[in-house]
Design a protein around this ligand. Structure first.
Ligand code: C6P
Length: 424
């Protein structure tokens, strides 16, 4: 069986494993990048929305469906055992990648959104009562706002919101002032999707723990860019999406400390999450199955395991260095345009560049860039309170990944020049 499991592990034949960090080799691993759109070479700068997939991930998913597809934890036949082994190997892979203590702490879900909804529904049902308070920040994605609002409506609890400064950074003194004996949970982004800010989560967690308050980190935008060490962070929950970290859509992870998950009621009922069922009384399965009702996204989990392996083999230090140089290069170029304002200028930033062009609606900018082969996201990025904070209806956002190049940044800059010229 081990041989089978090994089949899904990225071998050292990953193209990027040539000496040092060679972005052109990395690009060769991503077939989707090698195409034209509107007759121009694709410049994919919408990585914060979703990242592209390396061939090893595509191959793993294809291989699973071609050779090994079966339901897990249910059959005694070989394919079912094989699929179960591969799924559980993927869980171990996630556990190692984020340095969790135990496989029981890794719950496969649909993505970050479902991970946060799981905590708000389950932790909320058990621990949040009328008058309690939940702290979030102004820069949260709607996925880390709305589930808490629903919980507040149901329970009579209330949200407290940490303000951010003009650079798009959390104001730590204001954060600390929000705590009281009513505070029951802090839930904040590790990295902001619309501003790029990397939040000082270690200090924030230390402060919250000092007050006996657990912390959930929304890691959707962190895992593609930095090594996440759950035990070092000491967060209580961590949510991530497979598709942002070069894995498939429809799969993600909720990490939770075992002692907390143990005390939380099930989120959904169904197959695999039970120990025994009678009409009189049902008992629940152990972690992590207690939170994985129904047939999960088996191929997705396997793909995610391979994707995490791929990123690790590329090397986080090299990825960080590469993306920092792209971000600095692009930021400097955009600053040279008097018509452009960058939204989000935190001192600690991931590879996200949001901006507005004077007199040009972001949707027009996005459409014109698209005709030049450049894919960026325009809109509010599911962070309407951030747009309100900066008094803009929307931004244009370029977000970089490990396979982007300086030449692509040059094309973005050229594209923006064309946008400005057209509107003049
Ligand atoms: N942000 C973006 O373009 P899901 O959709 O569940 O995989 O991830 C939701 C989510 C949660 N938190 C943060 C910080 C995010 O960035 C996202 C997804 C995408 O910015 C799509 S809106």
């Amino acid at each position: 069986m081990q041989a089978f499991v090994d089949n899904y592990i990225v071998k050292d034949s990953v193209s990027s494993q040539t000496r040092g960090y060679d972005v052109m080799s990395v690009r060769r691993d991503f077939p989707v990048l090698h195409q034209e759109v509107h007759g121009k070479p694709l410049v994919y700068l919408d990585n914060a929305a979703t990242s592209q997939k390396p061939q090893v991930v595509i191959d793993a998913i294809r291989k699973y469906y071609e050779r090994e597809n079966a339901n897990i934890h249910r059959g005694v036949h070989l394919l079912s055992e094989t699929a179960t082994q591969a799924y559980e190997a993927a869980r171990r892979r996630v556990k190692e990648a984020i340095n969790a203590k135990s496989n029981k702490e890794i719950i496969f879900v649909r993505g970050t959104t479902e991970a946060i909804n799981l905590v708000s529904a389950s932790y909320g049902r058990e621990f949040i009562k009328e008058g309690d308070e939940i702290i979030i920040s102004t820069m949260e994605h709607h996925s880390n706002i709305v589930p808490w609002q629903i919980l507040c409506e149901m329970t009579g609890a209330r949200l407290r919101v940490i303000p951010i400064n003009d650079q798009g950074e959390i104001i730590l003194e204001e954060y600390e002032k929000l705590f009281s004996d009513r505070t029951k949970l802090v839930s904040v982004a590790h990295v902001s999707n619309s501003l790029g800010t990397i939040n000082p989560v270690k200090e924030m967690i230390e402060h919250a723990h000092g007050q006996g308050v657990p912390v959930l980190l929304d890691g959707a935008q962190a895992v593609p860019h930095k090594k996440v060490d759950i035990q070092k962070l000491d967060c209580d929950f961590y949510a991530l999406s497979g598709h942002k970290v070069f894995g498939p859509t429809g799969v993600g992870v909720l990490y939770g400390k075992e002692e907390l998950l143990d005390r939380m009621p099930p989120y959904q009922g169904g197959g695999d999450m039970i120990e025994s069922v009678t009409f009189e009384k049902t008992t629940y399965n152990e972690l992590p199955c207690k939170f994985e009702a129904g047939t999960p996204n088996i191929a997705g989990a396997i793909g995610l395991g391979v994707a995490l392996d791929y990123v690790q083999k590329c090397g986080y230090d090299d990825i960080i260095r590469h993306e920092e140089s792209l971000l600095n290069y692009a930021t400097e170029a955009l600053l040279s345009f008097p018509e452009i304002e960058i939204i989000g200028t935190a001192s600690q930033k991931a590879a996200v560049l949001s901006f507005v062009i004077d007199g040009v609606h972001p949707h027009d900018a996005g459409t014109i860039l698209d005709r030049q082969g450049i894919a960026v996201r325009t809109g509010h990025h599911c962070t309407q309170p951030v747009m309100a904070r900066f008094n803009v209806p929307a931004t244009t956002r370029a977000s970089f990944a490990l396979y982007n190049t300086k030449e692509e940044v040059d094309k973005l800059v050229e594209g923006i020049q064309n946008v400005i010229q057209m509107f003049n």
